[in-house]
Write a protein that binds this ligand. Structure first.
Ligand code: MRU
Length: 367
């Protein structure tokens, strides 16, 4: 992604060759602040506090967290300990566990003095792979956009609704749900994106709108409750969202509020697509009801942070003092509401058969 003409990934190794740089997403869209992670605890804090967020990016950050830990202790015990610690930071996104298991497999059977170099090499591969996979998701996800474009009058944009942020900022580059949108825009197909603000943390308003704007993609921020109304008005041609975990029956966990959009889409005959890489499929779970749903601090509901007119970034309370709040961070959209899963291998039905058509090699382990 180019920001002010400079190409950025969301995570990279610093010039010193070992510390890790990330973009602090809690400061966006107001400031582009780069953080340096020097320890596994720094990586854990970045994941937990959502300085980095989005399923693929938390996996990539955790992978580098393992590298940082191994620099001080490369024993088997230390590897197990840091992996358990990092995996505990966010429970819903399966990419976190997937990336950590990749790291464990990488260092497990090699001598200790070779582990640090091997870990850095593997973490870099995971990041490069994310970019390649997302590029392919973009190419496959172009098809439903082209189908919608055929129905439009000459010069009319395809209106796509998205929820939360499943773009460049949620991944290493390019994104999942936003990848087909960038692909279409880059090929000259007219698109316009309805960006759900995505309370409580406003990833849509703060992050998706920021990166779409940086790439020049026309977009409009809407309140979370507007999507159903816009669909009734015929103003949404398709929805594309990301996901934190897909179970073998095609159920999809994603940012809280996704389910309501899928219900509204079904009621209005609007295609509802979910974009994901292979690392988001949990082959060990047969149904979305088994996915652990992260519950976050009530403060995220009760306090909003924004920039004042004089440029200060400040938190403000929005509720009556003493009112309690509940903050489930994700919900599960049943497979029956999903038109298709857009993956790096193509678009499939949201079902066991659909997933196994794309990933036949997983048949033996799929629950
Ligand atoms: O809590 P977040 O901001 O990490 O949630 C992110 C999402 O829900 C994304 O849609 C999901 O991780 C897919 S990212 C490509």
């Amino acid at each position: 992604m180019n920001i002010d003409g400079k190409a950025y990934r969301t995570i990279w190794v610093a010039e010193d060759g070992w510390s890790v740089k990330v973009i602090d997403q809690t400061r966006l869209p107001h400031e582009l602040t780069i953080l340096t992670l020097k320890t596994a605890d720094d990586a854990a804090h970045a994941i937990k506090s959502m300085q980095v967020r989005g399923a693929p990016l938390i996996g990539a950050t955790a992978a580098y967290g393992v590298c940082l830990a191994l620099r001080t202790d490369a024993s088997d015990e230390a590897v197990d300990k840091v992996i358990a610690m990092l995996a505990a930071q966010r429970p819903t996104a399966i990419n976190l566990r997937w990336a950590l298991e990749e790291m464990r497999d990488t260092v497990r059977n090699i001598p200790r003095d070779k582990r640090v170099a091997a870990a850095y090499e593997r973490a870099a591969e995971l990041c490069d792979d994310d970019v390649k996979v997302n590029t392919r998701i973009g190419q496959h996800g172009l098809k439903p956009i082209l189908v919608a474009a055929e129905e439009k009058a000459q010069g009319e944009a395809v209106n796509i609704l998205t929820h939360c942020n499943a773009g460049w900022l949620a991944c290493v580059d390019r994104g999942t749900a936003l990848a087909p949108i960038y692909e279409a825009h880059d090929r000259g197909i007219k698109v316009h994106v309805w960006v759900d603000e995505t309370r409580p943390r406003n990833q849509g308003a703060s992050l998706t709108a920021y990166e779409l704007g940086a790439h020049g993609v026309p977009h409009t921020i809407i309140v979370d409750n507007a999507g159903g109304h816009l669909m009734q008005q015929g103003l949404v041609d398709l929805c594309i969202v990301g996901t934190d975990r897909v179970t073998t029956n095609g159920d999809v966990a994603n940012k809280i509020g996704t389910y309501l959009k899928a219900l509204a889409a079904k009621d209005n005959g609007v295609p509802f697509y979910v974009a994901l890489p292979h690392s988001t499929i949990d082959w060990t779970l047969a149904s979305g009801s088994d996915i652990p749903i992260e519950e976050r601090s009530a403060d995220e509901v009760l306090v909003m942070t924004g920039r004042t007119r004089d440029g200060k970034i400040v938190p403000v309370e929005i509720a009556a003092p003493g009112s309690p709040a509940r903050n489930d961070a994700f919900d599960v959209t049943p497979a029956r509401l999903v038109t298709g899963l857009i993956t790096e291998r193509g678009v499939s039905a949201a079902s066991r058969e659909g997933l196994l058509t794309l990933y036949p090699e997983r048949a033996g382990e799929a629950k």
